[in-house]
Write a protein that binds this ligand. Structure first.
Ligand SMILES: [Ca+2]
Ligand SMILES: [Ca+2]
Length: 160
């Protein structure tokens, strides 16, 4: 006697999944996917912050090094190192992240400034360099109500 496969499959006793089991599995899977999504969002935010800190640090370092070269150039260049809050269109940095530095009318969330404190210990101190300037370069980013500041301090000796 030949039985059809159709009847054999129906008589195996396997019941499969109920709709409730499938819904519970989907709910658990959704929670897992949500967690992965949140991790992705946090990771993207962290990368953006790291990039911002890197840019700010690079600009602060670049300005600090430029001031250092000015200090070694000549006496008038050394004397010209003073506390400055330059306009954004003349500050040598890309304030608005558009790939152009100091384009006409540039304004953006990044600004740079530096304070200078001159130290003159007098020649009787017994060292070769008794006159120097303490320069603190500060890069400030203000975006979305948040302000982030990075400062670099450097000493510029009077060797000219
Ligand atoms: Ca720009
Ligand atoms: Ca600029």
């Amino acid at each position: 006697m030949i039985k059809s496969n159709k009847y054999k499959m129906l008589n195996t006793g396997e019941s499969g999944f109920t709709i409730i089991e499938v819904l519970i599995a989907m709910a658990i899977f959704s929670i897992g996917i949500l967690a992965v999504g949140m991790m992705q969002i946090n990771s993207t935010g962290g990368n953006t912050n790291a990039q911002s800190v890197t840019y700010s640090s690079e600009w602060a370092l670049g300005q600090a090094e430029w001031l250092l070269t000015q200090g070694a150039a000549n006496v008038s260049a050394y004397d010209a190192i003073v506390t400055t809050n330059p306009p954004q269109a003349l500050d040598g940095i890309d304030n608005n992240y558009n790939g152009q530095i100091d384009e006409a009318g540039e304004t953006g969330p990044i600004s740079i400034s530096w304070t200078v404190n001159e130290v003159d210990l007098g020649p009787n101190i017994g060292t070769d360099i008794y006159n120097y300037k303490i320069v603190t370069v500060t890069v400030t980013k203000t975006l979305g109500g948040q302000t982030r500041t990075i400062s670099l301090q450097n000493r510029i000796p009077k060797i000219v």
